[in-house]
Design a protein around this ligand. Structure first.
Ligand code: ADP
Ligand code: MG
Length: 606
């Protein structure tokens, strides 16, 4: 019996393989331009006709090839970039699979002209359907020129499946744009149907970006960099006002290679949450630099997919870096942050109150974090700086008018005059500001404050705990006690002092200083419950999850009445945080209603 299994002839096998690397004209352009970059080109020109269907011509002034290399370059797995398995784990070039030229040559007519800078004469090689038809000396300029004609001439199926000329052109443009963004130091020219589309000189990233996307968008970019032991993330973030309806202006580069990663894109998107409208997407160009050993780019022949050794850490790093960058740029317009982190409008109120006796803080409802001492402290620091006081007084009068009437709230001591700040429905705090009014969600605000304090505590060596006069004995189920056991080192860092007593009993001897007295046991149980709810979310480390659960459960709740000093203290602490605008779960902490918006609604023109 003859075998039914046959080894495919080389010509068919190479067409099948080519299909994976060269899916469309843009993939050929990408591969050729990447080769030019790897060959240290300072200048690259791409010339196309009919969206690459009839011609793709890439010319560079890079290293060039010797006659021997020029011949062998079109063989499958021919590469000068790696030679051992160790090299594969440490990819420093854009190419490494040795497939592109072979694949392109299998499905087109190719003419290569190349010359190393040190040689006086170059080489010309012509290949049709993968076979060398001509090879001779050639008087070409130093560098390499590759012309691809009649792409997919021998794979009509692929040719017929190409999309419209416009679509294919757009793909080519995008692949050139990607290289242009990641290698601004290389001059790039792009000519389509005899028309110069791009003529980019070697420049800085900012100049390059402005040349491609226009000055206006370039000027709106927030530049940032974040370095840790695992990765460096740097890049440029578009301000929320410039968010787009699509994702076309989102670029993710890994070690200068464009990559596609839904997960990492989500990390950036997540960081913008609540700063942009639903259905809009932020503009960003992000460069991730990571030790090549910690990432695998050999996932797919297109080399655009990557696998990280520790993807969830990379996700978190990107998320944090972007959040930090956004928060340091006062993205909510005109809150008027002072150097010390508190807001202008708020300082004005502090000023007025500092001439009054502070409202006594009723013990029944005061989360320790919002205590009077920080309020009094703030007043003292204002009092000691008379120039500052003058400034505040002046601006206070400017904004509120000298005849501004003091306002009273439901929780104030009736005999005390206070500045305008209100609690509404025991839920929101309303603060007038220069450009309108700010409404703060008291729970989210306190959550943010506690969250950042807790994160800081994890970085400190000493433990801040307040010992309970009477330790609480708490009965819990076996699972929760086991969970406490697991989380004990983290809980201790937060300030909990817990003794385990059998399988179902814990003794709470101390709690974090921010926890309000009276409910310690309930808060601990709430924290555990919330922690468990969030347990499916594997992207968040246990420590982070615990901090989030803690800050949520220890914070003042919606429905808790707050008195004036507490509200002031909360505002002051909120604006001393790194990210006052979003709570640790990503919900907004405050919204602003602009005066001009109100004017518009009331039909006012002035
Ligand atoms: P890879 O880039 O994965 O090595 P390619 O098939 O794209 O594989 O290219 C094969 C080899 O041809 C490269 O390793 C390189 O040595 C050489 N080569 C290709 N393009 C150029 C170029 N523009 N300049 C110099 N050498 C080149
Ligand atoms: Mg290559």
């Amino acid at each position: 019996m003859t075998s039914r299994i046959k080894i495919l002839p080389e010509s068919l096998a190479s067409k099948i393989a080519a299909g994976e690397v060269v899916q469309r004209p843009a993939s050929a352009v990408k591969e050729l331009v990447e080769n030019s970059v790897d060959a240290h080109a300072k200048s690259i020109s791409v010339i196309i006709k009919d969206a690459g269907k009839t011609l793709i011509h890439v010319i560079d002034d890079g290293d060039g090839m010797t006659p021997e290399d020029a011949r062998v370059a079109f063989h499958r797995h021919a590469t000068s970039k790696i030679s051992t398995y160790e090299d594969l784990e440490n990819i420093l070039t854009l190419g490494f699979r040795g497939e592109a030229l072979a694949s392109i040559a299998a499905v087109s007519h190719v003419e290569l002209r190349t010359r190393p800078h040190a040689s006086s004469i170059g080489t010309k090689v012509r290949i049709e359907g993968g076979a060398i038809v001509d090879c001779e000396e050639d008087s070409t300029a130093p560098g390499t020129s590759i012309q691809i004609k009649n792409l997919f001439f021998n794979t009509p199926g692929r040719r017929n499946f190409l999309k419209s000329t416009n679509t294919e052109y757009k793909h080519i443009f995008d692949s050139i744009q990607n290289i242009a963004l990641s290698y601004p130091e290389i001059a790039i020219k792009f000519i389509s149907n005899d028309e110069t589309v791009l003529n980019l000189k070697a420049s800085s990233f900012n100049e390059r970006f402005a040349e491609i996307f226009g000055e206006k968008l370039a000027n709106s970019l927030i530049k940032f960099e974040d370095v840790n032991e695992l990765i460096t993330v740097n890049g440029y973030l578009g301000k929320p006002d410039y968010a787009r309806k699509g994702r076309s202006e989102q670029f993710l580069f890994l070690n200068r290679r464009i990559i596609v990663s839904r997960n990492l894109n989500h990390a950036v998107f997540h960081a913008y949450e609540h700063l942009i409208e639903k259905g809009s997407f932020p503009v960003f160009v992000l460069f991730i630099t990571i030790d090549p050993h910690k990432v695998d780019v050999n996932v797919h022949p297109s080399k655009m997919e990557v696998k990280f050794e520790n993807e969830s850490s990379v996700y978190r790093m990107i998320f944090t870096a972007v959040r930090k960058a956004l928060s340091s740029h006062d993205l909510i317009p005109k809150v008027g942050m002072r150097e010390d982190g508190s807001i202008d409008a708020f300082s004005k109120m502090q000023f007025q109150t500092s001439h009054q006796t502070p409202v006594p803080r009723p013990e029944w409802n005061s989360p320790t974090g919002l205590d009077k001492s920080s309020f009094v402290q703030t007043q003292q620091s204002f009092k000691s700086d008379s120039a500052f006081l003058n400034k505040i007084e002046k601006s206070f009068n400017e904004y509120h008018g000298t005849d501004s009437q003091p306002v009273q709230t439901e929780h104030q001591n009736p005999s005390t005059t206070i500045s305008p700040i209100w609690q509404i429905h025991n839920k929101y705090i309303m603060v007038p500001i220069e450009s309108g009014i700010m409404i703060v969600d008291q729970h989210a605000a306190h959550e943010r404050v506690l969250y950042e304090r807790a994160v800081e505590r994890f970085n400190q060596t000493n433990i801040h705990s307040q010992q309970l006069l009477f330790p609480h004995t708490i009965q819990m189920n076996v699972g929760d006690v086991a969970l406490i056991k697991d989380l004990l080192p983290h809980l201790e860092k937060l300030g909990f002092c817990i003794k385990l007593f059998g399988n179902t009993t814990v003794i709470l001897e101390g709690v974090p200083v921010d926890i309000k007295p009276g409910n310690e046991g309930i808060i601990l149980q709430d924290i555990l419950d919330l922690y468990k709810e969030d347990e499916q979310n594997i992207k968040i480390e246990p420590k982070e999850r615990l901090i989030k659960s803690y800050s949520c459960k220890a914070a003042v709740k919606s429905g808790d009445p707050l008195n004036l000093p507490e509200m002031h203290s909360l505002m002051d602490q909120l604006f001393a945080t790194n990210l006052p605008y979003v709570c640790p779960h990503g919900r907004p902490v405050l919204i602003k209603m602009m005066l001009n918006e109100l004017d518009k609604r009331f039909g006012r023109t002035s």
